[in-house]
Structure formats: structure tokens, C-alpha cells
Write a protein of this length. Structure first.
Length: 217
């Protein structure tokens, strides 16, 4: 049994050395080909209003344990780091609720939605693999990890934590939008501009409180 395991280790080391030689002395390939044949252009009814962005460097890890005849023979660890940009929007085609109460214009905007897929900067993507088997299994481990990035980022973009993190920035964007495109309409000319307060439709009713606005006599 030990002789078999030793033979396997010797063979794996030989393969590792050969692959390392190929990777080190391989000629780089350059050039790219782009095609528009598969592009599909669709209209977004009503348009979208981008309300916030979150930038972060995300890291992804995976570990593969290798066994031979039930005997652990090391692991392959893969890691990817890539700058990511989470973008959030609200659809302009949805109905908006506007109510004027005294000098306050209360706006109930549609819920903020994550713009998917999450954008990543592939030019700054960093990846590596480690482990005794990595020259053989590392490239596949990194490729599998990279294929999971879009799904992982999409799941994170819609978490309550990130939605809450961007909410106040989104509120400010919608407030500015209403001030520019609603309050400046002809019906408001010659009247005192109301204070705009924005809520989102998915906010709990208990959080929709209008702050006290003090005005000088």
C-alpha cells in the first residue's frame, strides 16, 4: 500500500514539474475577436432611474480535498479577488404616489431593485491556486470558482444588508429627481416650493414618519 502511494506521489510530482515548465515557457496568445451577431437590444418601458452604487473588492475562495483509496492526499485551494460595483435602480414606469400635505410633498417611490448582473472589472481580477496538486487541478478549480461569481454577487446584491446600506443614498437621489422633474413643473410656478420627503413602497409603515419641519414666522 505504501509503495503504491509513493509511486503516485512520484508520478504527481513529475506531472507538476512538466506542467510548470509548460506554463513558464508557453508563448502568450494575444488578440481577440468580437461579434455582434448574438447581440439582442430591448427597450426598457418607462426607463430606469439609477439611484445608488456600492463599490467593493470581493474575494471568493474554494477548497478541494483530494483522496486516493480513502487516504487524504492534500488539497487544492483557489482564490479570486475582483473589484465589483453593485448598482441599484427603480423603474420609472411604475405608479408613484404623491400627496401634498401643507408645505410637504410626500412621495412613495417603487422599491429599490438591484441591477443584475453585478458589474466586475475583469482587467483587475486576481486569481491563484495552491496545493501539491494545484498545477494539475488548480486551473479547473479557479475556472469553476470564476463561473460562480455572478450568482454569488447577485445573491449578495439583494441581501437586506446591502439594500439597507444604499437606502439613504437612494432616497437622496429620488428626492433630487422629484425636485427637478416634478416640483419644477408649471403647476408649481408662482407658489412656494414644497419640501419633498421620499419613502419607498417596501419600507415598513412604522418607519414612514414625516419629520417635524420648523419654519421661521
Amino acid at each position: 500500500m505504501r509503495a503504491i502511494l509513493k509511486a503516485i506521489v512520484v508520478v504527481s510530482l513529475a506531472l507538476n514539474s512538466y506542467l510548470a515548465y509548460r506554463l513558464w515557457f508557453a508563448e502568450p496568445r494575444t488578440g481577440s475577436r468580437q461579434s455582434t451577431d448574438s447581440m439582442v437590444v430591448m427597450r426598457t418601458p418607462g426607463g430606469l432611474l439609477e439611484v445608488s452604487t456600492i463599490t467593493a473588492e470581493e474575494r471568493f475562495d474554494s477548497t478541494i480535498t483530494h483522496t486516493i483509496l480513502g487516504v487524504p492526499m492534500g488539497t487544492t485551494v483557489a482564490q479570486i479577488k475582483v473589484p465589483s460595483v453593485y448598482r441599484y435602480h427603480i423603474p420609472l414606469a411604475k405608479d408613484w404616489s404623491l400627496r401634498l400635505a401643507g408645505g410637504v410633498l410626500i412621495v412613495i417611490a417603487p422599491p429599490v431593485q438591484a441591477s443584475l448582473p453585478v458589474a466586475i472589472d475583469t482587467s483587475k481580477l486576481e486569481s491563484f491556486s495552491a496545493g501539491i496538486w494545484s498545477p494539475i487541478t488548480g486551473p479547473d478549480a479557479v475556472s469553476a470558482l470564476q463561473r460562480s461569481i455572478s450568482q454569488s454577487l447577485a445573491a449578495k446584491a439583494t441581501t437586506p444588508q446591502l439594500l439597507a446600506l444604499q437606502r439613504e443614498h437612494a432616497r437622496k437621489t429620488v428626492t433630487e429627481f422629484v425636485q427637478r422633474w416634478v416640483v419644477e413643473q408649471p403647476r408649481w410656478r408662482g407658489t412656494k416650493t414644497p419640501v419633498v420627503i421620499v419613502f419607498f413602497a417596501d419600507e415598513p409603515l412604522g418607519e414612514r414618519t414625516v419629520p417635524l419641519i420648523l419654519t421661521s414666522p
